[in-house]
Design a protein around this ligand. Structure first.
Ligand code: GLC
Length: 456
């Protein structure tokens, strides 16, 4: 009979069916003592809660943990292959690489804001070689000392390891190193019968000859936008004149000394003399590389990665380029600015173990070698500079190891972001003709001393 059995809300008793829930309650109440009824309800509640909790953690355990970090978009594209390899080998972890701007210090600003707001969404800090003193001092990073031994670090370039140290802690595992180099067009130099330049004035005269005698528009392209890259160009040029920016031991500022003023004059002069395009004051690495690669310039200051692109199958200048240490003043030595990137772990990550597994993977020899050989980046592990497979592809890496050991670091001071910003502003003012090199460098020196808290 419809409605008598199996109908929602109905209970069958021998001989009759109870449809009313409250009646069911009353019957239960009558047959069971209060103590028992309470016990049943409490047990039921406990059972449901435990089951819900267990089910929740089961579901969570099945979901991969996401480890996220921010990096320059160009590099995110290049690191995607390694990230995918890691995820295939570690299905419990998902790597999320957030694509940031291509200017290194713009990425730093984004990280800084996220940490200042508290609870940064990034588990990992993909860090430039100059960021650690500030991030470690602010307490935004985990000390990795217990995770790596000195023996583990012995295979890495000393300068890269030093960049991860702050006070007694170690905060950044090196992934790739960097050093500024001078690229040149071998075919153009042959055409005008000039040897690769050694000095600043040879670079100028070779550029003039090439611009006069060939259809190449520009002599020398570099990075002149007001950003961190401009500072790295300056560090090389000032050292090439025998000067310095800031001595990290004494905090002495060298910007108002003759070498720094000459360096600024050289940069401004290259534009004023038509050796460098006026647009160079808006160039980051990729812009200057495009000009060189498209055959519009004879010389390029850039990092070693530019080799792979400028020599790639679809590059119009492939096979006609070479690279050498930066030019310098007569009687001085060439200088390469030390650059590079590595991994720190956020102090507030909920997943430090998973984050470390990601860091360990990227910085281990195999993945580092794959990355370096695919994109011509400079390894942080010494052994890779002389690895036969790496050398077969990039014979110049043997020479790069020497350059790496003598590269000029930017000053590892806690106020690095501020002093770099000061230098960027005044250099930019000088090369865009808003201030004389001398006035710009004097103002930059004064402001830097104030920030560093040293006497003017
Ligand atoms: C490269 C270097 C980095 C530097 C940046 C400047 O990415 O590796 O150290 O700060 O260029 O543009």
């Amino acid at each position: 009979m419809h409605g008598l059995c199996g109908e929602p809300g109905s209970v069958r008793f021998p001989g009759f069916v109870l449809r009313d829930r409250s009646l069911r309650f009353r019957l239960l109440s009558r047959f069971l003592p209060l103590r028992w009824r309470r016990l049943i309800w409490v047990s039921l509640a406990l059972l449901i809660t435990t089951a819900t909790l267990l089910f929740g953690s089961y579901v969570r355990a099945q979901q991969p943990v996401t480890i996220s970090f921010l990096l320059r978009a160009v590099e995110a594209d290049q690191m995607q292959g390694l990230a995918e390899q890691f995820m295939a080998e570690n299905p419990d972890i998902r790597i999320e690489m957030v694509r940031g701007p291509n200017a290194a210090d713009a990425v730093e600003n984004l990280y800084t804001t996220s940490f200042l707001l508290g609870d940064s969404p990034y588990d990992i800090l993909f860090s430039d070689v100059v960021w650690i003193p500030k991030f470690a001092a602010a307490g935004w990073l985990q000390d990795l000392s217990d995770r790596v031994s000195e023996a583990d670090l012995a295979d890495f370039l000393e300068a890269d390891v030093a960049a991860g140290q702050y006070k007694d802690g170690f905060y950044r595992m090196p992934f790739r190193s960097d050093m500024g180099m001078l690229y040149y067009r071998t075919d153009l130099l042959d055409q005008v019968g000039i040897a690769p330049p050694q000095t600043f004035s040879e670079l100028i005269s070779a550029s003039e000859a090439i611009q006069d005698q060939t259809d190449v528009d520009w002599g020398f392209v570099w990075q002149g936008l007001q950003y961190e890259g401009l500072v790295t160009n300056f560090v090389e040029i000032v050292a090439g004149y025998g000067g310095f920016w800031i001595d990290p031991d004494t905090l002495e500022v060298g910007l108002d000394q003759p070498a720094a003023i000459q360096a600024t004059e050289f940069m401004k002069g290259a534009i004023a003399q038509g050796i460098s395009p006026p647009g160079v004051t808006n160039y980051v690495e990729e812009d200057s590389l495009r000009q060189f690669e498209n055959g519009n310039a004879a010389f390029l200051r850039n990092w070693p990665y530019a080799w792979a692109e400028a020599n790639g199958d679809d590059s119009p200048v492939a096979g006609n380029i070479a690279l050498k240490p930066m030019v310098h003043a007569e009687g001085e030595q060439p200088a390469a600015c030390l650059g590079g990137w590595g991994f720190g772990i956020s102090a507030n990550t909920a997943h430090p173990e998973e984050a470390w597994r990601v860091v360990e993977f990227f910085t281990s020899p195999g993945p580092m070698k794959d990355f370096v050989t695919e994109f011509a980046y400079v390894p942080s592990r010494r052994a890779l500079f002389t690895d036969p497979e790496v050398l077969a592809k990039f014979p110049h890496y043997k020479q790069l190891l020497e350059v790496a050991d003598t590269a000029v670091p930017r000053p590892p001071v806690g106020q690095y972001a501020q002093v770099s910003d000061i230098l960027q502003r005044y250099l930019s003012a000088a090369i865009t003709d808003q201030m004389t090199p001398e006035a710009a460098m004097q103002a930059a020196a004064g402001e830097s001393r104030r920030v560093l808290g040293v006497e003017s």
